[in-house]
Ligand binder design. Structure first.
Ligand code: AMP
Ligand code: ZN
Length: 462
């Protein structure tokens, strides 16, 4: 198989080369992608939804270009982490820690799946949990020690950064800057301040496994080794795409790359490293202390998943996003306009996506250009609805899902309810709402902060 057969028009920005490159997978019959998944201790916030949506669009595009059966997508679940332990102790003080951890991780994982499903994200091919891969991590750690890339000290196993001459290539930062960025605590047992933990001892009551490398005390893995072991188990020593948010480039991905390359003696871990930009809310960094921390779950009470998704995709994935209520209102209006064009009954199945739309998506997932092309398509009188539908499906938006219901009737009831509310006729407004809900439709009200106007959207109940 030559590179010519494997290149299907997709170009991706590679963090490793800092350039846009032709995407040429190792094996076009088995395109392999790994994305770092959630640490399951809390509701996913709207920033966490960004990599999920971005890489879901890429997954859909790869399946379109290479065939559904020829793409493997792995996204892990980190269920061993100090933040999980802290949350478990806080939420279930009466339970033994391990039982409390099981509850927290199971509940959070189920919530994550339900929230991301509502945003239209497909489930990855495999979703390994870290706790299912402890043996693989231990094997990799022992290999690293045997090869001289890691050492045992005070019941810890540490990766020796000076043992890898080109460490730091991914983030491209000088060592002193990395050192400041990593804020590594310079523990006395470290030979070099940059060395990082592969395995550490557990305190009594904390999750613990028999340690590798002849260490008597039971312990648990460090964070970075989890992804190296899970990607190896499902995708092999080298694979095509590794993704995550830009905050993961250093230290997480730099360290994953170091571990995997040294353990396998391989020149690459992944051929293409992709990172989504960060999301801000109404011009500010999202944080609990600023009180602008938005969970996906809360946002889904006001807006249908497809509205949130379209609003997110209005920005190219590498750019920072300013996520606003105004942007959501705009996306809701766009979808409402487009939805009206799908006249009941017209066949939309089995069409190819629009060529201009596809070209935009293939250009490093240029979703704003792809959406602009959709606006053009919908403006043309004789717009090919099947091609528009196939294009939207690549973005994970299905405007035909609710065709079985009488949309005009729903819209008419929504308009009547809006009029009743404007007249402060709450009895009629409530009656109309109940009537709409009885049709199997969820009604959502949000306010456009710019105009103060009420924006009402609806979707089929999930
Ligand atoms: P975490 O649970 O913090 O490890 O984050 C899970 C994923 O969400 C990672 O890929 C992060 O890079 C990404 N992420 C976290 N916060 C944001 C944000 N504000 N904007 C975009 N991506 C984010
Ligand atoms: Zn990872």
């Amino acid at each position: 198989m030559s590179d010519k057969d494997a290149f299907r028009g997709l170009r991706l920005h590679n963090t490793l080369s800092r350039q846009k490159e032709d995407f040429v997978p190792f094996d076009p019959a088995d395109v392999r992608m790994y994305v770092c998944g959630p640490t399951v201790y809390d509701f996913a916030h709207i920033g966490n939804a960004r990599p999920v949506i971005v890489f879901d669009v890429l997954f859909r595009l790869l399946r379109h270009l290479y065939g559904e059966a020829h793409v493997t997508y792995v996204r892990n679940i980190t269920d061993v982490d100090d933040k999980i332990n802290a949350r478990a102790a806080e939420e279930h003080p009466g339970l033994p820690l391990n039982e409390a951890i099981r509850r927290v991780t199971e509940e959070t994982e189920a919530q994550f799946h339900s929230d991301m499903g509502a945003l239209g994200a497909l489930r990855p091919t495999h979703e390994p949990r870290a706790t299912e891969h402890i043996e693989g991590m231990k094997r990799m750690i022992e290999k690293l020690v045997a090869r001289g890339n890691a050492y045992v000290a005070s019941d810890h196993v540490l990766f020796s950064v000076p043992s890898m001459p080109d460490y730091g290539r991914l983030s491209g930062r000088p060592l002193d800057e990395m050192l400041a960025g990593a804020r590594v605590d310079v523990a006395p047992y470290k030979r070099d301040p940059m060395d990082f933990v592969l395995w550490k001892p557990s305190k009594p009551g904390e999750p613990a496994w028999a340690s590798p490398c002849g260490i008597a005390a039971p312990g648990r893995p460090g964070w970075h080794i989890e992804c190296s072991a899970m990607s190896e188990a499902h995708l092999g020593a080298e694979f095509d795409i590794h993704g995550g948010g830009i905050d993961l480039v250093f230290p997480h991905h730099e360290n994953e790359l170091a571990q995997s390359r040294c353990a396998h003696g391989a020149p690459l871990m992944a051929k293409y490293w992709m990172h989504n930009g960060f999301l801000q809310v109404e011009g500010e960094k999202m944080s609990k202390s600023l009180g602008n921390f938005i969970t996906v779950n809360a946002l889904l009470k006001d807006w249908p998943g497809e509205v949130i998704r379209l609003a997110m995709l209005q920005t190219q994935y590498r750019q920072p996003i300013d996520f606003t209520q105004g942007g959501l209102g705009e996306a809701a209006n766009t979808l409402r306009r487009w939805r009206r064009r799908f006249a009941a009954g017209e066949a939309v199945a089995a069409a190819e996506p629009d060529a201009g739309f596809l070209a935009a998506l293939e250009d490093d997932l240029n979703t704003p250009a792809a959406i602009a092309r959709l606006h053009e398509l919908f403006q043309e009188e004789a717009a090919g609805l099947p091609a528009a539908h196939a294009s939207l499906m690549l973005l994970g938006i299905d405007l035909t899902r609710d065709r079985a219901i009488d949309r005009d009737a729903v819209e008419a009831l929504i308009d009547a309810r809006k009029a009743a509310r404007a007249a402060k006729n709450w009895v009629d407004a409530d009656r109309l709402r109940a009537e709409i809900e009885a049709m199997g439709v969820a009604v959502m009200d949000a306010k456009d902060p710019a105009t103060g106007e009420l924006v009402t959207t609806w979707e089929l109940k999930r």
